[in-house]
Structures are given as structure tokens and as C-alpha cells.
Write a protein that binds this ligand. Structure first.
Ligand SMILES: Cc1cc2nc3c(=O)[nH]c(=O)nc-3n(C[C@H](O)[C@H](O)[C@H](O)COP(=O)(O)O)c2cc1C
Length: 367
């Protein structure tokens, strides 16, 4: 059977996507100076046939950083670098969203400005959380995260402002959309989860309070881009980096309703088992999310194949799927799906860091 649904056009907010094969956000750690350059233009340009590219997670400020060699969007040089990437994607007829990132407690003093403590909702280290740092001998590697300090209530407006300014830069650079990164146990999910948020101000305690920061961030970037050009990524039930949430389902339902009210372009759900582990979403949960977020598009990610995506669209809980590892190894993934051609295998050794190898040298199909 042909993949008929995958290649049915999809309206996502203000955009008309030619297919439902989204490129997932993928950190590749190849910008030692935090500025995307020619290699990034080539990499993203090669993948412009995706219905929508979501950029690698991009730090909104120096304090947002937890991993060296990842790009930023807080200064003019970074903005100019990203403009080049956007132009390369647009020149090939593609669409691209920027993923806005703050790691919160998944960081270390070595990668923070002036060696300061990373910030988080509460001063709680995430068990097993690791930053990616550069050691004194110039080599880089993983390192247990530092104990963070709790953000003061009066620092939160400034934090939201950093998101807004990064979105303004993304808009000037020509991005079609922005995606708020509220997944994978980073700052915004740390605020939402019961295990990492012990605040007693209006950003902690009740479910509504724990959802306040992510929603205020969404509202700030909606002010810049309009709701029809803003998406959000969440990963309910995920338990990486020591994240625990006793109210993961309630939080996901509440967020979906709130985001639906705002008319967000899309809700992007990363499956909790994408990096391993036993926790899986149920179809009941997925359908319940669809009911609550009914106006915008719903995108799923995590071990999706062409067949599984067809089924998900058929079942109605998803409109599209995002592909991570398959897009690393297959710049022409949509064409391969269309032809049911074999896929290149991704090489995990070259996922993070390094240069062109494993980045821009995966082969396209022979014509
Ligand atoms: C090398 C690598 C880098 C990733 N970087 C990000 C990222 O920057 N932001 C994010 O939200 N998820 C990130 N993820 C998760 C992917 O977006 C995706 O959810 C995951 O790979 C599951 O999809 P897949 O099974 O199609 O690969 C990354 C995954 C991999 C393998």
C-alpha cells in the first residue's frame, strides 16, 4: 500500500506543509562558537524536503546552556548565522522552526557564565543529569550536573524576556515558526513536574502554578510570532535526568486545553520511551490529548516509521510525525518513504560533536 496519508498536505498554523514528515529537533553539537555556519546551512538545506524542519535546540541565553558546542540565539552574530541557515532551507522550498531551549538544572558551573550555579525551579539536583562540558585539556565530555539554585520570583520576568528576545531574533532571521522546548526534563518541564518544583510562590504548588511559566513563555513568543506560528514540545511521563512527576497525565491534559485555547499552531509530543525505558503512552492517553488539543496540529515523535505514522493519522490521534535518528542518516527521508526505499543506518558515534563526518555526508538515493 502506498503511504497516502504521509503525503497529504497539512495545514500547521499559518503554514501549508507538503507532507507530514517532520524533521525532529536534533542537537548535533557542531557549533563550537555557538554560531551556525556553512556546515549547518548544508546540513539543514539537505533536509529541506521535510514538511517542516525543527531546528536543534537553541540556547536563549548564556545561562540556558548545559552543553558546549550548541548554538545560541542571544546575539547578533548568532542571529546572522541562523539567517544563513533559514535562507538555505527556503532556497530549497523548505520550512523551518527554531526550537527555543533552556536546560535549567541539566547544566554545570563549567558551562555557565562566570562559573555561576545553574538555575532551576528549586535547588534540587536531577539524579543522573549530565551536562556536556569542555575540560581543561581541551577535550569534551559528559559531567554530572551541578546542584542548581532556585530562581527568585523576581528573576522570572527577565527569564521570560530572554525567550521573547530569542523569538524576536528568530523572526528577524526569517524562521517560519518557533517551538517552545518544554520537553525532555529541561527547565520548563522541571517547573511542571512535582519532583523538581518545590516552590511556594505562584510558580509552584498547584498544577496551575506549575504550568504558569511554560504558558507565560508561550504567551511571550506568541506576542512576537502570532499563535499560528508557535508550537510547543512536551514529553509527558518521561523520566530522564532524574525527572519525576506524580501528576504527569493531569499536567498534560491541562496544558493541552490551555494551548488549544490559545490557538497554538501545533502540539508536539515526544514519546517517553524514545531514549529507552519502559514507560509508554497508551492510545487512550493519545486520544484524550487529541480531544483536548483539537484546533491545531498534533505531531508525535519517538520510534515512528512511515507505517506507524500512517496508522497514527488513521486512528486520528496524530496529524504528522517527527523523525529524529532517521533524518540524521537520511537527508532525503520523504523521498525514501515515497519510494519505500531502504534507509541508511544512523551512526551514534557521530551524533554529537565532530565535523562533516556523520553530519553532511550521509548519501542521498542514487537518481
Ligand atoms: C542526537 C540526538 C539529538 C537530539 N536533540 C534534541 C533536541 O535538540 N531537542 C529535542 O527536543 N529533542 C532532541 N532529541 C530527541 C529527538 O528529537 C527525538 O525525539 C528522538 O530522537 C526520538 O525520535 P526518533 O526515534 O525518530 O529518533 C535528540 C535525539 C537525538 C538522537
Amino acid at each position: 500500500m502506498a503511504h497516502s496519508k504521509l503525503f497529504t498536505p497539512l495545514k500547521v498554523g499559518a503554514l501549508d506543509l507538503p507532507n507530514r514528515i517532520i524533521m525532529a529537533p536534533l542537537t548535533r553539537s557542531r557549533t563550537p562558537d555557538t554560531i551556525p555556519g556553512e556546515m549547518q546551512q548544508t546540513y539543514y538545506g539537505q533536509r529541506a524536503s521535510a514538511g517542516l524542519i525543527i531546528s536543534e535546540a537553541t540556547n536563549i541565553s548564556p545561562t540556558a546552556v548545559g552543553y558546549v558546542y550548541t548554538p545560541g540565539m542571544w546575539n547578533d552574530e548568532q542571529e546572522a548565522g541562523w539567517k544563513g541557515v533559514v535562507e538555505a532551507v527556503h532556497a530549497k522550498g523548505g520550512h523551518i522552526a527554531m526550537q527555543l531551549w533552556h536546560v535549567g538544572r541539566v547544566s554545570h558551573e563549567m558551562v555557565q557564565p562566570n562559573g555561576q550555579q545553574p538555575v532551576a525551579p528549586s535547588a534540587l539536583r536531577g539524579e543522573g543529569a549530565q551536562a556536556f562540558v569542555e575540560f581543561e585539556d581541551g577535550t569534551a565530555g559528559r559531567h554530572d550536573a551541578s546542584t542548581p539554585r532556585a530562581l527568585e520570583t523576581d528573576e522570572i520576568p527577565g527569564l521570560i524576556e530572554e525567550y521573547r528576545q530569542a523569538a524576536e531574533r528568530a523572526k528577524r532571521a526569517g524562521f517560519d515558526m518557533v517551538e517552545v522546548h518544554a520537553a525532555n526534563a529541561y527547565l520548563l518541564q522541571q517547573f511542571m513536574a512535582t519532583g523538581s518544583n518545590q516552590r511556594t510562590d505562584q510558580y509552584g504548588g498547584s498544577l496551575e502554578n506549575r504550568a504558569r511559566l511554560p504558558l507565560e513563555v508561550v504567551d511571550a513568543v506568541v506576542d512576537v510570532f502570532g499563535a499560528d506560528r508557535v508550537g510547543i514540545r512536551i514529553s509527558p511521563f518521561i523520566e530522564i535526568f532524574g525527572l519525576k512527576d506524580d501528576e504527569a497525565e493531569e499536567m498534560a491534559f491541562y496544558l493541552a486545553e490551555q494551548l488549544d485555547k490559545r490557538g497554538l499552531a501545533y502540539l508536539h509530543i515526544n514519546e517517553p520511551d524514545w531514549a529507552g525505558g519502559d514507560i509508554k503512552l497508551t492510545d487512550d492517553f493519545r486520544q484524550a490529548m487529541r480531544q483536548r488539543f483539537s484546533k491545531g496540529a498534533v505531531i508525535y515523535c519517538g520510534h515512528y516509521t512511515a507505517e506507524r505514522t500512517e496508522q497514527a493519522i488513521e486512528q486520528g490521534y496524530a496529524d504528522a510525525a517527527a523523525f529524529g535518528r532517521p533524518f540524521i542518516a537520511n537527508p532525503d527521508l520523504p523521498e525514501r518513504f515515497r519510494l519505500k526505499a531502504a534507509l541508511n543506518e544512523p551512526n551514534p558515534d557521530t551524533f554529537y560533536g565532530g565535523g562533516a563526518e556523520g553530519y553532511i555526508d550521509y548519501p542521498f538515493l542514487e537518481k
